[in-house]
Design a protein around this ligand. Structure first.
Ligand code: HEM
Length: 472
């Protein structure tokens, strides 16, 4: 409990869930390196939550941390051409995600984004929502079938759930060699790849081996090979004109094979299709799983809000998919997920490198400077939020949500590189939460509060033990 705070204000019934207490002092090189390695969430100092722009030199070079909505809009939208993804982020993500949409730059990114945008339109996501239902229902049934009151690590259940949803929406679950082995390789990849390597921080040349990456290499190779054979199998079926089981509505693999650049008519190469499949899994799996894990945790701290979410789930039981697609029926369910992503943003930090000199809010951004927009800091900034540390989902209910500055809440980023899977993720999360709480009640069962740790995504260190009880 020493570095975590948790306070329950019984008078006002607001809950302040645990986070590392921000330090007051500046860090020396070694301390910063250790913090980056162990848990980058602990590099944020009190000053970051109070000042909207914090600039200075550190191990990472000259850096500017922006929590000023206008400055963020400048970097991510107005002057976006002056900023590219920085080398550290690329070093962490690129080895697994290859030339997928998340990691490519410049013309290659523009072409890929144009080509892939039609895969995630609201109409397409609505069709995909139908494919999400069976894997979510199967996960709920698995959880309901366990011994009553058994304590389980719910973060593993959520990882399985979001993985199964991706397997179904991407490939109609036709994974050669079995979904379980594929999923295990993926988990190994995240466990080994996810830590920041000091060599990357120090800008060491890429040929110097990074321990985490060496360990993750077999896992990366395994699932890249599997993806290759999934694509080859599907192409063979299509060439033969054979029916593709479960591909109605068409899955994302069919859509990737049919995708054409609207400007040139060109399709994607097999390598690009493979890289984007791995990217969709890499970007869409752990993120959504963590959003759901933290949501269930927060609901277990706030029984009154949990009851409201349960009541919504009971009321839309007939057609939860329609409600998840934006109907009013699940307003509190959606608000709870948004508030959970405010307090525990699955992507806690975004970074860019300045291509040429620039200036924001009177602060110079020299060429090469690192610009950080950290949703974790922004979402808890003392000048932007009332009671920033409290779990108050009503901020996101219709009527209140419109008052939140667009650039003060960025779980999915902003500007041209905003998350392409945003609607997909929200529909999936709302649907999954609603179906889960309709059948089950989740209570945190750890003997101490969970410790949030930043490992590519923001996850509970050591998992999230919860007691799961059937509601009826
Ligand atoms: C709660 C779930 C999710 C969160 C919080 C999330 C968050 C983000 C964020 C913050 C970015 C921007 C990164 C940056 O600007 O540096 C991003 C980009 C991206 N996300 Fe998501 N994401 C989620 C789910 C998904 C899903 C389900 C998919 C795909 C099925 C996906 C695919 C992508 C891709 C491909 C990009 C790169 C877009 C580009 O650069 O053009 N994400 N995501």
């Amino acid at each position: 409990m020493s570095t975590l705070v948790m306070r329950q204000d019984l008078m006002r019934r607001t809950v302040q869930p645990p986070v590392p207490v921000p330090a007051d002092h500046e860090f020396g090189r070694l301390e910063l390196l250790l913090r980056l390695r162990r848990n980058p969430l602990t590099i944020w100092r009190r000053q970051h939550f109070q000042d909207r722009i914090v600039a200075g030199k550190s191990l990472l070079g000259y850096g500017v941390v922006l929590s000023d909505p206008a400055a963020i809009r400048h970097v991510l939208v107005e002057n976006v051409a002056n900023y590219r993804k920085d080398d550290l982020q690329r070093a962490i993500l690129a080895p697994g995600l290859g030339e997928g949409l998340l990691t490519v730059e410049g013309e290659a990114w523009k072409r890929a984004r144009r080509t892939l945008a039609p895969l995630f339109t609201p109409r397409r996501v609505a069709a995909l929502a139908r494919k999400m239902l069976p894997p979510i229902e199967a996960q709920v049934a698995r959880m309901a079938g366990r011994r009553r009151g058994r304590i389980v690590d719910i973060s593993q259940d959520m990882t399985r759930l979001t993985y199964d949803v991706l397997a179904e929406t991407l490939f109609s679950n036709s994974i050669a060699g079995g979904a379980a082995a594929f999923g295990e390789a993926l988990t190994r990849y995240f466990e080994t790849q996810g830590r920041i390597d000091p060599l990357d921080v120090l800008g060491a040349p890429s040929w110097l081996p990074r321990i985490g990456r060496i360990r993750s290499r077999p896992a990366v190779a395994f699932f890249e090979n599997r993806v290759e054979s999934i694509i080859a199998d599907r192409q063979a079926l299509r060439r033969a004109g054979a029916p593709i089981e479960g591909d109605e509505p068409p899955d994302l693999l069919s859509a990737l094979l049919d995708a054409r650049d609207p400007e040139t008519g060109q399709g994607l190469s097999d390598a690009e299709i493979g890289a984007n499949i791995v990217t969709f899994i890499g970007a869409g799996h752990e993120t959504t799983a963590n959003a759901l894990t933290w949501t269930l945790y927060l609901l277990s701290l706030a029984p009154e809000i949990r009851e409201q979410v349960e009541a919504e789930a009971d009321a839309v039981a007939g057609d939860p998919a329609a409600a998840a697609l934006g109907g009013e029926g699940l307003a509190m369910t959606r608000a709870v997920i948004e508030e959970a992503m405010r307090l525990y943003p699955p992507v806690p930090s975004l970074s860019r490198a300045a291509i040429a000199d620039d200036e924001v809010g009177g602060v110079a951004i020299p060429k090469g400077a690192l610009v950080i927009v950290a949703p974790y800091v922004l979402h808890r900034h003392e000048t932007l939020w009332e009671e920033p540390a409290s779990f108050r989902p009503e901020r996101f209910l219709p009527g209140a949500r419109e008052r939140i500055d667009r650039y003060a809440y960025l779980p999915f980023g902003a500007g041209p590189r905003i998350c392409i899977g945003q609607q997909f993720a929200m529909v999936e999360a709302v649907l999954a939460l609603s179906l889960m709480v309709r059948a089950l009640r989740f209570d945190h069962a750890g003997d101490r509060p969970p410790r949030p740790i930043h490992q590519i995504t923001l996850r509970p260190d050591g998992g999230m033990p919860m007691k799961v009880t059937p509601r009826r």
